[in-house]
Design a protein around this ligand. Structure first.
Ligand code: BJW
Ligand code: ZN
Length: 260
């Protein structure tokens, strides 16, 4: 076993209050591209950072809705990976744990995590852009639109405003309750495990720094270097679907999280 995994397992074995903080790399091995790798195929010539804005939706609602429909379809076809299951196993083992995710997919829930704190909203909770009332998520897999991209968004049943994805775009405030829950959990934990995030997008990226400032140990799981390297006590340089099950097994033995 690698030294880093052993060191991390000691921290996890001693921890009483754990925060797991996840980003797009968590779902990469489920076949969901990371935010910065998201634009493949038909979407290659677009810029994710420009599409994930209120301005882009205002200028071309069908383009932005089409992008999210395409991603929602991909997530529906995806399955949780062994990393998601390892996170659920940590929660089952340590009742005082809180899962904070930046991801807009539902793979943590489908792996058995009861109540992830979604800092950036969800692909499955559209709402009216005008009156903010929740709108039904279109069911089924979106038909491939004629030009491969544009899908006009539905209209709100109350005010006929445009329905928008229930996610947090650049320049928008994070959901107050979720941010407050995340800040509280990060302030009170004794261990934070950050998984698969570039640590570039604020205020979410502040969460591991906050935990470290309050005295928590920090473990990072990421195949690449990130700005969070310097707050991490242990860096597990590997993909989440391998490093997390290995960590859980090293801490407590037993469970085979790889199958399923
Ligand atoms: C693996 C792996 C494997 C790969 N295993 N790992 C302070 C400083 C500078 C700027 C700002 C600041 N404060 C605010 C800002 C502005 C802005 C911001 O942060 N900009 C930066 C880009 C500079 N922030 C905002 O605008 C936020 N709002 C705000 O501040 O509002 C202020 C306000 C207050 C009051 C009223 C009004 C306004 C909002 C940010 C919202 C972010 N939303 C998005 C889109 C969501 C919907 C969608 O998905 O389309 O959230 S952006 C995108 O980034 C998405 C992600 O959740 C988020 C984080 O990305 P993540 O998860 O880290 O993914 P990647 O792709 O970046 O990285 C993947 C990582 O995985 C990599 O490290 C890989 O190595 C790794 N990996 N395979 C493990 N197998
Ligand atoms: Zn409305």
């Amino acid at each position: 076993m690698e030294h880093a995994t052993r060191d991390a397992a000691v921290l996890l074995g001693q921890a009483r209050r754990v925060v797991v903080f996840t980003g797009a790399g968590m779902s990469a091995e489920s076949g969901v591209p990371t935010f910065r790798d998201a634009l493949t195929g038909l979407w290659r010539r677009f810029d994710a950072q420009a599409l994930a804005t209120p301005e882009a939706f205002h200028d071309d609602p069908a383009l932005v809705w089409g992008w999210y429909e395409w991603r929602r379809s991909a997530v529906r076809r995806a399955r949780p990976n062994a990393g998601h299951r390892a996170v659920a196993a940590i929660e089952a083992r340590i009742p005082d744990s809180v899962l904070i995710t930046q991801n807009v997919d539902d793979l943590h829930e489908r792996a058995g995590s009861a109540a992830p704190v979604h800092l950036h909203g969800s692909l499955f909770a559209p709402r009216c852009a005008a009156c903010a009332r929740p709108a039904p998520a279109p069911d089924g897999v979106a038909e491939e639109p004629a030009d491969g991209r544009r899908v006009p968004p539905p209209r709100c049943g109350h005010c006929a405003g445009l329905v928008r994805p229930g996610v947090v775009w650049f320049g928008e405030a994070l959901p107050q309750e979720a941010l407050a829950a995340a800040v509280e959990a990060a302030s009170a934990c004794d261990l934070l495990i950050t998984v698969g995030t570039s640590g570039l997008v604020y205020p979410a990226a502040e969460i591991p720094h906050l935990a470290a400032r309050r005295g928590a140990a920090v473990i990072q799981v990421n195949p690449d270097e990130t700005p969070l390297d310097r707050v991490a006590d242990v860096n597990l340089r590997g993909p989440a679907a391998q490093a997390l099950p290995a960590l859980v097994e090293a801490a407590w033995g037993g469970t085979d999280l790889r199958a399923g």
